[in-house]
Structures are given as structure tokens and as C-alpha cells.
Design a protein around this ligand. Sequence first.
Ligand SMILES: *[C@@H]1O[C@H](CO)[C@@H](O)[C@H](O)[C@H]1NC(C)=O
Ligand SMILES: *[C@@H]1O[C@H](CO)[C@@H](O)[C@H](O)[C@H]1NC(C)=O
Ligand SMILES: *[C@@H]1O[C@H](CO)[C@@H](O)[C@H](O)[C@H]1NC(C)=O
Ligand SMILES: *[C@@H]1O[C@H](CO)[C@@H](O)[C@H](O)[C@H]1NC(C)=O
Ligand SMILES: *[C@@H]1O[C@H](CO)[C@@H](O)[C@H](O)[C@H]1NC(C)=O
Ligand SMILES: *[C@@H]1O[C@H](CO)[C@@H](O)[C@H](O)[C@H]1NC(C)=O
Ligand SMILES: *[C@@H]1O[C@H](CO)[C@@H](O)[C@H](O)[C@H]1NC(C)=O
Ligand SMILES: *[C@@H]1O[C@H](CO)[C@@H](O)[C@H](O)[C@H]1NC(C)=O
Ligand SMILES: *[C@@H]1O[C@H](CO)[C@@H](O)[C@H](O)[C@H]1NC(C)=O
Ligand SMILES: CC(=O)N[C@H]1CO[C@H](CO)[C@@H](O)[C@@H]1O
Ligand SMILES: [Cu+2]
Length: 575
Amino acid sequence: MPLAIQALFVALLFSSIASAAIVEHVFHIKNVLVKPLCKEQMIPAVNGSLPGPTINVREGDTLVVNVINNSTYNITIHWHGVFQLKSSWMDGVNMITQCPIQPSNNFTYRFDITGQEGTLLWHAHVLNLRATLHGALIIRPRSRRPYPFPKPYKEVPLIFGQWWNMDVGLLNIRPAPLSDAYLINGLAGDSYSCSKKRMFKLKVVQGKTYLLRIINAALNSHLFFKIANHNVTVVALDAVYTTPYVSDVMILTPGQTVDALLTADQPSGLYYMAISPYTSAHGQPFPAQVTRGLIIYEDTVKSSSSVMPLMPELNDISTAHRFSSNITALVGGPHWTPVPRHVDEKMFITVGFGLEPCPLGTKCPGYLGQLYAGSLNNRSFMYPESTSLQEAYFYNITGIYTDDFPDQPPLKFDYTDFVMRTESDYKMMFPEKRTSVKTLKFNSTVEIVVQNTGIVTTESHPMHLHGFNFYVLGYGFGNYDPIRHARMLNLLNPQMHNTVGVPPGGWVVLRFIANNPGAWMFHCHMDAHLQYGIGMAFIVQNGETSLLSPPSNLPQCTRDPTIYDSPTAKVDFSY
Ligand SMILES: *[C@@H]1O[C@H](CO)[C@@H](O)[C@H](O)[C@H]1NC(C)=O
Ligand SMILES: *[C@@H]1O[C@H](CO)[C@@H](O)[C@H](O)[C@H]1NC(C)=O
Ligand SMILES: *[C@@H]1O[C@H](CO)[C@@H](O)[C@H](O)[C@H]1NC(C)=O
Ligand SMILES: *[C@@H]1O[C@H](CO)[C@@H](O)[C@H](O)[C@H]1NC(C)=O
Ligand SMILES: *[C@@H]1O[C@H](CO)[C@@H](O)[C@H](O)[C@H]1NC(C)=O
Ligand SMILES: *[C@@H]1O[C@H](CO)[C@@H](O)[C@H](O)[C@H]1NC(C)=O
Ligand SMILES: *[C@@H]1O[C@H](CO)[C@@H](O)[C@H](O)[C@H]1NC(C)=O
Ligand SMILES: *[C@@H]1O[C@H](CO)[C@@H](O)[C@H](O)[C@H]1NC(C)=O
Ligand SMILES: *[C@@H]1O[C@H](CO)[C@@H](O)[C@H](O)[C@H]1NC(C)=O
Ligand SMILES: CC(=O)N[C@H]1CO[C@H](CO)[C@@H](O)[C@@H]1O
Ligand SMILES: [Cu+2]
């Protein structure tokens, strides 16, 4: 055989083997000192970096990550948006699919990544820890399969984070303290006094196209993103391809990702990219921090001044809504499946706030002098404490959860009227705290109308479903009308997501097929809201596939006194 052909043969052989590789990584988590602003702060970090390492795989690969916990915190790592087909034990949700990896312990996550391509993220799924424990998870097509858009010249991850000058372990104060900065790839940039030189910079070549892999890893903030004088073309959301959509502004809720093409088509120069928060809540104080990065064209003269994009207002609901609702799926593209027409389970879930009675003899900062509580259909989610939900289900352990999450709110009322207060509002104002789940038959098609409420406040809640993507059949404001709005749903080319921002005082309609057995959370991806109880869980029963036994080394909930009796670990989480 001539050498060239032999080489080609070997290359082909190699690529077919490589089309289902095992990708192995070690995450070494320890406490490190970092200084993104003026003050040094100890944080838990993966391999000492903020954000943590980017994981690159191809669709069809098996990912194996050994997480070694040398920090002082209990940790789990969640692979946000990954379907976890037949590997529900690897979802990494504290007290839902596992007990935490305790300090000085390790656990190896192992799962296949199939049927999805694009940008996702990994993050800790314990209280506030994902503030500093997060990173990109990039899933490229199998070898020799092209992108459904022109091949970019380069790919650039852009990871947005939210920063506090305080111990992340102490962050779960109610209400959540205001953050001190937003970060682009770990850098605060020139709009804060001590980080002027530490700004994310992207050098571009005139005429070339870049694939921006954008991740909102902020703990509690929706973020607008703009680049001065440039449009981008969105090609994927939450690792699902979309029809190309040109825009000069993007909005990402916590947990969402956007893949967008940026062509360097402007005159040589310096152009800022910027992120700023979007807050839809009524009358909430919020710092209008803008964080900038810089795009530098090749051969820009040194003295050039930088162009700044005009950012949307803090509460620009219409810009947010236009971007969120206007993008459609790439029908016929890789991994596209048509919307199922038959629905087995119809749910109507009211989402929002409520109150928890203020303990006698104390002063509480919330509305009407009470504490805040999250509410889904008048239930406020409590995490199990002694064993994980999925182990309780698998081993038939009673007393951990109740299988009674309601399909409807206990009351029909004017959900979104914010002008207080009817008697109905009061009847829904103090939700019941419990661990309630909804059990689904294998392969059932579930439709959920998620109805935001105006109880206490109206606010966009980014609802995240574990284990599945859902179609977003419609978005709207006000109360969902099952006759009028049902006729307007998009069953042809709706976008798919794992996280959707429910418009403030509005609704979305979601549909998914429950074809993966296990316990899967559905919750608000603003961490502060999840802690208030804006969440629930589905249990999908066995069918064509079954929930396997847990891996033998799955972390257990037994408490190791030698670790926790050290003074640094004595953190009071009970407020
Ligand atoms: C993290 O650091 C360890 C060494 O401590 C190294 O072996 C590993 O490859 C690093 N992981 C990643 C994902 O970079
Ligand atoms: C991390 O902890 C493990 C288990 O206790 C230990 O073997 C290892 O030496 C530690 N590594 C570092 C860098 O502290
Ligand atoms: C991981 O934990 C196991 C015990 O579960 C231990 O035997 C092993 O040495 C640990 N590995 C590392 C790299 O710390
Ligand atoms: C961005 O797109 C809009 C409409 O799609 C167009 O009007 C505008 O000129 C474009 N801007 C740039 C800088 O290309
Ligand atoms: C989506 O975009 C089209 C075309 O620009 C526009 O006509 C339509 O009103 C937009 N829809 C929404 C919900 O903003
Ligand atoms: C749990 O209960 C189900 C139904 O009764 C049974 O099929 C299953 O074997 C039980 N599992 C265990 C681990 O006991
Ligand atoms: C909501 O839950 C609370 C607490 O259990 C209960 O008192 C109230 O009656 C419930 N509301 C309705 C409308 O059932
Ligand atoms: C699952 O549902 C689809 C329709 O949504 C159907 O075509 C398929 O046969 C079902 N599979 C099983 C195992 O029930
Ligand atoms: C860490 O996890 C163990 C086991 O679940 C638990 O007993 C302990 O209270 C946790 N520690 C903290 C600080 O949350
Ligand atoms: C917090 C933590 O787990 N610390 C441990 C890291 O590993 C060393 C040994 O390598 C232990 O001495 C620490 O206690
Ligand atoms: Cu929320």
C-alpha cells in the first residue's frame, strides 16, 4: 500500500474508533485564595481556577471525571443539561441523586453524552457553591460530522460569573446579599477599581468568524450581553441547534447557554463586549454593574479609543422577551425530533413567592414582616436530609418524600395581579413545606403550563429541568388562557431548552417525554430562589429501560466527626 493511502486508512480507522472515545479528567477541588477585585478571598475551586477547566467531548463520548474533594465543603458536581440516559445516579444533585462528596473524599462520575451538541456547563449543586465551582462543557459533533453552519475560524468560551467579596459558604443569607461584580471568564475588567488590567480580551482577525460559546454561570442574575457595533448570529441555545437568528443583544438566564457566530466585519479598532443584569422583580434594589471585555482587531493602532455598546435598562422586559421568545428550532437539523402531539400528563404549575411565618419574638425582613418562601402549586420544596431522594425511591425507604405533588394549584385565582390583595392571594400565601414529587409513567408525554404569580412580587424565574430538554411551545404575559392561548402554541419549530425564563407575571408552556427513569429536579435556577423552595422533583418509573443499582462507591450521608469538629468547618446554615 502506498504510504499516503496507508496513512489515510489508519486515519479513518482511528476516527471511527475516536467517534466514541472515553474522555477522562480529574477535578481537584481545594480552597484557594483569589483576588478578582481589591480583596483576597478564599474560595473552593476546581484545579485552582475560576472558572474551572473547560471539558471538551464529542457527541457519543463517555465522560469520566474523578472529583477529589480537598476543600472544606460538601460537594457534588452536576452536568447541567446532560440527558444522563440510563445514568441518573451521575446527575450530581445533592440529596436528590446522591449524598455529597465530603471533604477528603472522592467520587468518579461516569456517563455517556449522546443525542446533544453545543455548549453546556458543569457546576456544583450544593447551596451556593456553584458561584465558584463551574466551567464549560463543550460537546462537538462526532468526528467528520460538520456543524449545521459554516465552520468558524476559532471557538471562544465566554463564561459569565457573579462575584461576592465573602465566603460562598456564608452566602445563603435571606434575602441574598448583593454581589460585588460580574466576571467574564473570571475577570472583572476595567469598570471596577482594582481590576483595570485584568480584563478579558479577544484578538480577532478582520473578516474571520468566531463561535462564541456563552454560558451564564451567575448564581442569581439574568444577564444582557452586547458587543459594540456588532451583531451576532445565534445558532444554538442550551445545546440545541436553532435557525440562525441575527441580533445585537442577547439575554441569558442563570443556567442558559447561547452559541453565537461573531464575524469581525467592522473597521479595525477596539470594541467592548459587556454584560449587565436584567432584573424583572418589582422594586428590588440591584446594582447596575456593567462588566466589560474587549475585542481587539489585528492591526489596531495603539491610540484607538474603545467603542462601548449601549446596554438595555435593568428592567427592559420587552428586549428580554423579544430575544427569548423569537428564536426557533432548526427543524431537520442534527438531533431534532418533532413535537409529540399526544399528551399523557397535563400539569398547571403556579410558580413564585410566598411567605413563611416569622418565628415569634423575632423580626423578619420580608414582605408583611414575614420570611420569604418559594411556592410551586402552594408547595415549598424541602430537600431530604438523611438520604437522597433517588436512594429512598430505589430502596423503598418510606418517610423521605411524598408522592403527591399536585397537577393543579389548590385554587384558581387571578394569578398575576400584583395589586394586593384578594382573599385568594392570602390562601396561597403560606405554602406548605415538604418534599413532594410527581411520579410519571415511562415514556409519558408531559405538558406543563408554568404560570408565574404576583404573590409578594412578580419576577422572571428560570425554570430548569434535569435529565430532559423540553419544547417551549409558547410564552406570554398575564394569566394563561387554556382556550385562547392553547390555539397559539407552536408545535412546528419551537425552541428547546433545559432552562427557560418564565416571563414576570407571565407563563410558558413546556412539553417533554419522560423516557429516562430516575429522580429529576425541576427548579428555579436562581440559587437564592431554589433555597426558598422554588422546586419539585419528578420520579420517572422504569419501562423500556430501568434505573440501575447505584454505583457501589456512591457517597453516603454518614457524618464523619473528625472532619466536622474542626473549627473552620463549623458553619451555621440554619438561618
Ligand atoms: C486538574 O489537575 C490535576 C492535577 O492536580 C490534573 O491531573 C488534571 O488533568 C486537571 N484537570 C483538568 C480538567 O484540567
Ligand atoms: C487531597 O486529599 C487526598 C485524600 O485525603 C490526599 O490523598 C491528597 O494528598 C490531597 N491532595 C492535596 C493536594 O492536598
Ligand atoms: C478515592 O476514594 C477511595 C475510597 O473511596 C480511595 O481508595 C482512593 O484512594 C481515593 N482516590 C483519590 C485519588 O483520592
Ligand atoms: C444588525 O442587524 C440589523 C438588522 O438585522 C441591521 O439593521 C444592522 O445594520 C446590523 N448592524 C450591524 C453592525 O451589522
Ligand atoms: C419575532 O420577530 C418577528 C420578525 O422580526 C416579529 O414580527 C415578531 O413580532 C417577533 N415576535 C416576538 C414575540 O417578539
Ligand atoms: C421496592 O418495591 C418495589 C415494588 O413493591 C419492588 O418491585 C422492588 O423490588 C423493591 N425494591 C427494593 C430494593 O426493595
Ligand atoms: C396552602 O398551604 C397552606 C399550608 O399548608 C394551607 O394552609 C392553605 O390552605 C393552602 N392553600 C390552599 C388554597 O389550599
Ligand atoms: C414511546 O412513545 C412513543 C410516542 O410518543 C411511541 O412511538 C413509542 O412506541 C413508545 N415506546 C414505548 C416503549 O412505549
Ligand atoms: C456534609 O454532609 C454530611 C453527610 O450528608 C452531613 O452530615 C453534614 O452535615 C454536611 N455538612 C455541611 C456543612 O453541610
Ligand atoms: C479539607 C481537606 O480535605 N483537607 C485534607 C487534604 O488532604 C490532606 C492530606 O493530603 C489532609 O491532611 C487534609 O485534611
Ligand atoms: Cu426564581
